[in-house]
Design a protein around this ligand. Sequence first.
Ligand code: ADP
Ligand code: MG
Length: 253
Amino acid sequence: MTVPGLSVRDVTVRFAGLTALDGVSFAVAPGTVHALIGPNGAGKSTCFNVLSGLARPAAGTVRLGDTELTRLAPHRIAALGVARTFQNIVTTAGTVADNLMLGRHLHSRAGFTASALRLPWAVREQREHLARAREIAELTGLGPHFDSPVELLSYGDRKRVELARALCLEPRVLLLDEPVAGMNAAERARTAEVIARVRAELELSVLLVEHDMGLVMRLADEVTVLDFGRRIAHGTPDEVRRDPEVLRAYLGT
Ligand code: ADP
Ligand code: MG
């Protein structure tokens, strides 16, 4: 499998009178981690919504390798290999395994009837999905909780269930919207380790929205900075950290 890059070109999104994204462009190079940062309201989540088909851009294009994603329905985009997590936890009831199996459904041939009839190939397929879900649980540090109800997990573990579920789609591009938001220092460190491991072991490109600058500096190869819907800086973490425009946007001076 070759990992495609993701390119966002001149994307504009408007909500009744408000321009949430104003001609934004950036590219996630294949196999890299690209961070999208900026103050609250900068347009980061809106950008994720465009990339995952949940918001329609008024202008601009999004491409995954050579394939244009702009204005495709969310399920089509997911089927092409773009998976995301949400800023707020959206795990469902049930066990970790149940949540991860939801992520696998895109890859299953077996419809409800075939599974219900316990046709041998459907049973075999189900078993393979469960084995893969277990591997992904191990990779994301959720192995010991695989059969536990999600509601009994700590906040940090629950947030990693979302990450694991997105990985169960076998994505080529993973969009992470504030993966450590609300976590304590230990949970943050643990999640950073998990993201680094995911990146090392799976072939994918990552677009990371995160306020935790330590995490961004540690994980990102490149950073794009948004402020009020515009791109104000782009570069390596070190370059961006010293950029006067970025300091101004964050410090409000
Ligand atoms: P960020 O994730 O960077 O904090 P958002 O993308 O959530 O920023 O929001 C960018 C701007 O667009 C904000 O001013 C926000 O209030 C506005 N916005 C986001 N979603 C909607 C929506 N569905 N309807 C109207 N305004 C929205
Ligand atoms: Mg946001």
